[in-house]
Design a protein around this ligand. Structure first.
Ligand code: FA5
Length: 340
C-alpha cells in the first residue's frame, strides 16, 4: 500500500467519524459510533492501524504520525460529543437548552370563598353592626335543647323520627336521644342557660332535616338565628330589626311581610316572607319568646321579654344573587361558583 493511499484512507476515516459522532442524536447512537470507529477489538481505527504494516519502511514515520493525529482527533470529537449529550440528558432540556430561572412560572389561579361562606360573613357583619354578638352550639344535639326546652313536648309531631335525623350511638347509653339539630333555635337555649339577661346574640350554622331536595329545600342547609332578651322588648323591635336586616342584605327595594303563624317556642309567632321577582318567598320564622321558654332557662318572664328569629341562609343567598334553585349552590360546578 502506498503512503498516498494510506493517507487518503485516513482522511476518509477522519471525516466520516467526525460526521457520525456529530450526528449522534443520543447517548446510544454515540456509543454505536464509538464502537464503530475507536472500538479496541474491531473498530475501524484499529483496522487502519494494521495497514501500517504494509507501508514502505521509509514512509512509516509520516504514516504513523498522521495516524496518531487522526486517532487523537476522533477521540477528542467523541469526548466532546459525550459531554454535551450527558449535559442534555441530565435536565438541560433538549437541543442544549439552558434552564432560565428568570422566566415567570405558570400563575396559580386564585380561589375564593364559597357563596354560602361569603353570605355568612356578610350576615354576621350586618348583625354585628346592629349590636348582636356571635354564639355557637353543637350540630349533634340532645332532645332537651332541640325540643323540650323549646316547648316542643314528646307528643309533638315535630319530634317524629321521620322528620329528624336521630342518631344511634353505639353501645353507650345516653339519658336522651341524640339527633342532628333540625334548627339553630337550640343555641337560644344554650345561651340563655349560661347567660343572665340582657342577651343579644346571633348564631349561624348547619341544620339537618330529611326533606326531599327541591328548588327551595335541601336535607342540609344553614340558618341564622337571632335572639334578643331585655326589659320591655316588643314585636315592634323584632319587625324593625328584621326590616333593617333585610334592606341591608338585599337592598332598599326589598319587601318584607309578616304572616301570623305558630311555633311552640314563640308567642305570638310570624312567618317572615320577602319578595323576589314579584314572588313572595318564605325566609324564616320569628316571634316573641314564649314565657314557658324563658322559665325553662331560669329567666323571669315578668321581668324580661324577648324576640327570636330563624332565617334560611341558602334562600337569602339565592334571593340576593338571583339563583332559581338552591341545589345549584352545592353541585360544586366551578362555572357556577366562579360567579360569586
Ligand atoms: C324554624 O326552623 C324555626 N326555628 C324558626 C324560628 C326561630 C321561629 C326563632 C321562631 C323563632 P322553619 O322550619 O320555618 O322554622 O325554618 C326556617 C327557615 O329555614 C325557612 O323559612 C327556610 O328559609 C329555611 N328552611 C327550612 N327548611 C329548609 C330546607 N329543607 N332547605 C332549605 N331551607 C330550609
Amino acid at each position: 500500500m502506498t503512503l498516498a493511499e494510506f493517507l487518503n484512507q485516513l482522511d476518509e476515516l477522519a471525516s466520516s467519524a467526525q460526521q457520525q459522532l456529530e450526528q449522534a442524536a443520543d447517548l446510544d447512537a454515540l456509543e454505536s459510533a464509538r464502537v464503530e470507529f475507536i472500538g479496541t477489538k474491531s473498530g475501524r481505527l484499529k483496522a487502519t492501524q494494521k495497514l501500517l504494516g504494509k507501508i514502505e519502511k521509509t514512509d512509516k514515520p509520516a504514516a504513523g504520525k498522521r495516524f496518531n493525529e487522526v486517532k487523537t482527533q476522533i477521540q477528542a470529537a467523541y469526548e466532546q460529543q459525550q459531554q454535551q449529550q450527558m449535559a442534555n440528558a441530565s435536565g438541560g432540556g433538549t437541543g442544549g437548552e439552558q434552564f432560565d430561572p428568570t422566566v415567570p412560572g405558570p400563575r396559580p389561579r386564585l380561589g375564593h370563598l364559597h357563596p354560602i361562606t361569603q353570605t355568612i360573613e356578610e350576615l354576621k357583619d350586618i348583625m354585628g353592626r346592629l349590636g348582636f354578638s356571635l354564639a355557637d352550639g353543637p350540630e349533634i344535639e340532645d332532645e332537651w335543647h332541640n325540643f323540650e326546652a323549646l316547648n316542643i313536648p314528646l307528643s309533638h309531631p315535630a319530634r317524629d323520627p321521620l322528620d329528624n335525623f336521630y342518631l344511634r350511638v353505639g353501645e353507650k347509653t345516653y339519658d336522651q336521644a341524640l339527633l342532628m339539630r333540625s334548627q339553630t333555635s337550640t343555641v337560644q337555649i344554650r345561651v340563655m342557660e349560661n347567660t343572665r339577661p340582657p342577651v343579644r346574640i346571633i348564631s349561624l350554622g348547619r341544620v339537618y332535616r330529611p326533606d326531599t331536595p327541591d328548588a327551595t329545600h335541601l336535607p342540609m342547609f344553614h340558618q341564622i338565628e337571632g335572639l334578643l332578651v331585655d326589659r320591655q322588648v316588643t314585636m315592634a323591635d323584632l319587625k324593625s330589626v328584621l326590616r333593617l336586616f333585610a334592606s341591608s342584605y338585599l337592598g332598599a327595594d326589598v319587601h318584607v311581610r309578616f304572616r301570623p303563624s305558630f311555633f311552640p317556642f314563640t308567642e305570638p309567632s310570624v312567618e317572615v316572607d320577602m319578595r323576589w321577582n314579584d314572588k313572595w318567598i318564605e325566609m324564616g320564622g320569628a316571634g316573641m319568646v314564649d314565657p314557658a321558654v324563658l322559665k325553662a332557662v331560669g329567666y323571669d318572664p315578668d321581668e324580661v321579654t324577648g324576640f327570636a328569629f330563624g332565617l334560611g341562609i341558602e334562600r337569602l343567598c339565592a334571593r340576593r344573587h338571583g339563583i332559581d334553585d338552591i341545589r345549584e349552590i352545592y353541585k360544586n360546578d366551578v362555572r357556577f361558583l366562579h360567579q360569586f
